[in-house]
Design a protein around this ligand. Structure first.
Ligand SMILES: CC(C)(COP(=O)(O)OP(=O)(O)OC[C@H]1O[C@@H](n2cnc3c(N)ncnc32)[C@H](O)[C@@H]1OP(=O)(O)O)[C@@H](O)C(=O)NCCC(=O)NCCS
Length: 178
């Protein structure tokens, strides 16, 4: 059972802090520090110097882990279980999903079929660019880049740059041949 402080932080986040200005606005009113303070008490675990941007939605946040110097981008919509390493850069409007609607039975509606959650893992030093969508069960390995608008359906190898729908490898940052 979560502590009462968790629920207070969650309410303060969704009613107030989420709507404060972007962290790097000249008139941010300390929004970066306020969101960080609250999210450190909401998330399952949280490193130092995290940045949770304006508009971020993460449901209960209780199954989200985030490492040092990592950020959630403007207006992102993410779901747990989600494990984020260090130094994640996330562009605006990114979506991360961890559950599908089960659909293998046709005798009952899909909204009565449940599919187990499949965690998403994002390793250290990853850049997820604007409007990317990450689907359930995906691992994005160390040093990878997910290009703008990519729909990531499979694991992304170390230092790969991926783009498109479905996302394909464009090149490797470490010189490996595609
Ligand atoms: C993924 C990205 C980093 C790749 O940059 P790059 O390595 O310089 O790649 P290039 O521009 O040389 O393009 C290489 C190829 O990949 C394709 N490509 C590049 N970005 C792509 C993307 N997001 N989706 C699909 N294909 C893409 C190019 O069309 C090109 O294809 P071609 O070889 O058939 O002509 C970049 O294109 C991108 O998406 N940047 C995101 C910018 C952004 O969202 N900024 C907001 C701040 S987070």
């Amino acid at each position: 059972m979560k502590k009462i402080s968790y629920y207070i932080c969650l309410i303060l986040y969704y009613f107030i802090a989420r709507h404060l200005p972007g962290s790097d606005m000249p008139y941010s009113f300390g929004s970066k520090k306020i969101r960080r303070f609250l999210c450190k008490r909401i998330f399952k675990s949280s490193g130092n110097n995290i940045n949770i941007e304006h508009g971020s939605f993460f449901a209960s946040g209780k199954d989200i882990e985030i490492g040092d110097n990592s950020g959630l981008g403007l207006n992102c919509r993410i779901a747990g279980p989600l494990k984020i390493g260090r130094d994640l850069m996330m562009g605006p409007d990114v979506m991360i999903f961890t559950q599908n609607h089960k659909n293998d039975r046709i005798d009952i509606p899909m909204n009565l079929q449940t599919d187990p959650k499949r965690p998403v893992v994002i390793e250290d030093d990853v850049w997820i660019a604007a409007r990317a969508i990450i689907l359930p069960g995906v691992t994005i390995k160390k040093g990878a880049i997910v290009g703008a608008g990519a729909v990531v359906t499979k694991d992304v190898p170390e230092y790969a740059v991926v783009g498109g729908n479905p996302a394909r490898i464009i090149r490797y940052r470490n010189g490996k041949k595609v």
